[in-house]
Ligand binder design. Structure first.
Ligand code: SF4
Length: 214
């Protein structure tokens, strides 16, 4: 990435961190995606039970590979033989020590915005796992909740296609939302985390001054 662009990104993230801390989130800036991986893995003690939210960012940073190591008890939602088993793993996630995920958007006003198909990721960010670690590239930063929802909806067709859900947006040539009402719809649940005051620092947000994920 261009050094000047990275500098601009870092300044924006610095401002955002101040806002997030006022809302009792824990927030840090990583230098790059490798640094983000180190920060995340340093936070997780060996033997921890870890759930993850579906995320391109976790793949791109190598965090998912690290979580798969024998050092942790990974609730592997990707290794299931049936839909029911996958749902059971989602349910197990509520009792995890850590949820590691990205977010669809983080606002400059200090909120996390997410849209889900089943709601496991959106709900576990809100409550369940003792600790939540969110990794977000600079591309996830938006002005406010309205922009966050707009962003989440704009990338939903890509996510639908990635997880092979046969929604109209993932199947036609336009990659556009038609506000479908089909069973595999990936936009069933929207969550907005407006603050972390009841459980201060339960959620740590690791912000990276590079583009990560969708
Ligand atoms: S509502 Fe349906 S068509 Fe629109 S983005 Fe979501 S899954 Fe795609």
């Amino acid at each position: 990435m261009d050094a000047v662009q990275k500098w601009v990104n870092e300044l924006r993230i610095r401002d955002l961190i101040e806002v997030l801390k006022e809302r009792d989130f824990d927030a840090v800036m990583a230098k790059d995606k490798d640094d983000a991986r180190r920060i995340v893995m340093d936070m997780i003690p060996e033997g921890s039970v870890i759930a993850v939210g579906g995320s391109v960012t976790l793949n791109e940073t190598g965090i998912l590979d690290e979580i798969r190591s024998d050092k942790y008890k990974f609730i592997d939602r990707y290794n299931t033989s049936s839909f029911e088993e996958m749902l059971d793993k989602y349910r197990e996630g509520y009792y995890a020590d850590f949820l590691v995920s990205s977010t669809n958007a983080v606002t400059m006003e200090g909120q996390l915005v997410n849209i889900d198909c089943t709601g496991n990721r959106t709900s576990q960010i809100v409550f369940g796992p003792k600790k939540v670690i969110i990794v977000a590239g600079v591309n996830k930063i938006v002005a406010n909740v309205e922009e966050g929802i707009k962003r989440a909806k704009s990338i939903a067709p890509m996510n639908a296609r990635r997880i092979t859900h046969k929604t109209p947006c993932a199947m036609d040539d336009n990659c556009k939302c038609t506000e479908c009402r089909v069973q595999p719809r990936v936009c069933n649940v929207t969550s907005i985390v407006d603050g972390c005051h009841y459980f201060p620092k339960r959620i740590t947000i690791v912000l990276v001054p590079e583009t990560l994920g969708y």
